[in-house]
Write a protein that binds this ligand. Structure first.
Ligand SMILES: [Zn+2]
Length: 66
């Protein structure tokens, strides 16, 4: 369901981060995905598979209209 995502999109993960936040910003997309915790700014890297598995909800940013 999260087959389309891009840089700067926000994503909510099923599992909470150590800081208590569960919303992340996508900062790099490749075969690995880097996401940054909105609450504590920590960056973690997940492989695509793990990312897709742990992502619960995608919050698209509005940068690719038109
Ligand atoms: Zn955090």
């Amino acid at each position: 369901m999260l087959d389309y995502f891009g840089l700067n999109d926000h994503v909510v993960l099923k599992k909470k981060h150590a800081c208590g936040g569960n919303e992340w910003v996508i900062v790099r997309v490749g075969c690995d995905i880097k996401i940054k915790c909105v609450q504590c700014n920590r960056i973690i890297m997940l492989d695509r598979q793990d990312f897709l598995k742990s992502a619960k909800k995608l919050i698209k940013t509005e940068h690719e209209k038109e």
